[in-house]
Design a protein around this ligand. Structure first.
Ligand SMILES: *Cc1c(COP(=O)(O)O)cnc(C)c1O
Length: 392
């Protein structure tokens, strides 16, 4: 072996020196309200398991039943080896839940964006993309080879200015996250939709953090704004509120038909497994049956936010169950997270480059899985550590 990869050691040391190295915790339990780490049980505020479905008995039963009927492996991509009835059932259930004409599932939300954007725009076309869009949108845009115009975050005046300045292209696409997961703010999708209609653009939203959270019974951001049939493309994930893994695209029948012909991750990578699909069907069924989990999520989030404000913490301007606890410099946030960990609270510090310099924070992910006692324990720990570190 040569020395061609020796530079990696230097890069890794540099990440460690800057405090940017990812240390990944090993979890020895289901992804529930509590998780076991290093032999201790900690309250979990890191997961996007908004509804507590990741470890729900009904989903586990459905996954086991799917294994008994269909086994564990898909064999090959769906266009070659065919697709299971479960995948079809899930896509129909999702379309119905989302009140969309049709739906396609993919392996993940990430590949849903990679499948969709290059199938819609290409060389000679232009994409208007919110500056804070998720990495998978950015990569999907790059893969498309269309011109990318990043507009200022949620700034409709800037978006309109860019739309007016970039007319000399073929197809034009506006793409945005629904919920921005670092601050918990949401895209003004009603205005984006109007601009798209006015300027003859395709509109696309990635609702990964809105599904199971926003709208009637968790139907997502399109439902929240009442924009059914007006947003051309809705991307989503089955790995957050739905508690499993997988991605989805919902929209008009022709769009979904096209993605089955031209979505490269659909054509060249195998599907989510049968137990994934079985568990997801059960998740959709539970959401359609009752709003109980979504209601509990919001109840928990409102309580936690109110109490954190009362304690004097700066919790930003989130309008979702995501709570950014603003702490300033990255080392402070990291120390805060370490101290919380010692107090039995698993909550992640997030710093530059994921967020702007000086905007480091602990990001608290609320969940319907948490009970009142859990929230009170977390608030006590925040209060104690906050006083100790003098940050509020
Ligand atoms: C989490 C997330 C994704 C990725 O979803 P996966 O299913 O985990 O691949 C894509 N887009 C946005 C906006 C996300 O927040």
């Amino acid at each position: 072996m040569g020395q061609q990869l020796d530079w990696i050691d230097g890069e890794i040391s540099s990440l460690k020196d800057q405090g940017l190295y990812n240390h990944i915790r090993v979890i020895d339990s289901p992804m529930g309200a509590r998780v076991n780490i290093d032999g201790r049980s900690l309250l979990n505020f890191c997961a996007n398991n908004y509804l507590g479905l990741a470890d729900h008995p009904r989903l586990k039963e459905a996954a086991k039943a799917a294994i008994d009927s269909y086994g564990v492996g898909p064999g090959a991509v769906r266009t070659i080896a065919g697709t299971t009835a479960l995948h079809e059932e899930l896509e129909q259930a999702l379309a119905k839940f989302k009140r969309a004409e049709a739906c396609i599932t993919l392996q993940s939300g990430f590949t849903a964006n990679l499948a969709t954007i290059p199938a819609i725009v290409g060389k000679g076309d232009v994409i208007f993309s919110d500056r804070l869009n998720h990495a998978s949108i950015i990569d999907g845009c790059r893969l498309s080879r269309a011109k990318i115009v990043a507009y200022a975050h949620n700034d409709m005046a800037d978006l309109e200015k860019q739309l007016e300045e970039h007319t000399d292209y073929g197809r034009r696409l506006i793409v945005t996250d629904g919920v921005f997961s670092m601050d918990g703010d949401i895209a003004p999708l009603d205005q984006i939709c109007e601009l798209a209609e006015k300027h003859g653009c395709v509109s696309m939203v990635d609702d990964a953090h809105g599904e199971g959270v926003l709208g009637d019974g968790g139907r997502g951001i399109i439902d929240h704004f009442g924009l059914h049939g007006r947003v051309d493309i809705e991307v989503g994930t089955l790995s957050k509120a739905f508690g499993v893994v997988g991605g989805l695209v919902a929209g008009k029948k022709t769009l979904i038909e096209w993605l089955k012909q031209r979505g490269r991750p659909f054509l060249f990578s195998s599907a989510m497994t049968a137990p994934d699909a079985g568990a997801c069907i059960e998740a959709v069924r539970m959401l359609a049956e009752s709003t109980e989990l979504v209601d509990r999520l919001w109840h928990n989030a409102e309580f936690f936010k109110k109490e954190m404000s009362n304690l004097g913490f700066d919790i930003g301007h989130s309008v979702t169950p995501i709570v950014p606890v603003m702490l300033g410099e990255a080392p402070v946030a990291q120390q805060f997270s370490r101290r919380l960990f010692e107090e039995g609270i698993f909550a992640m510090a997030i710093g530059y480059p994921t967020v702007a310099p000086g905007k480091a924070r602990i990001r608290v992910m609320n969940s319907a899985a948490h009970g009142q006692d859990d929230l009170e324990q977390a608030l006590d720990a925040f209060e104690r550590v906050g006083k100790e570190l003098g940050v509020r």
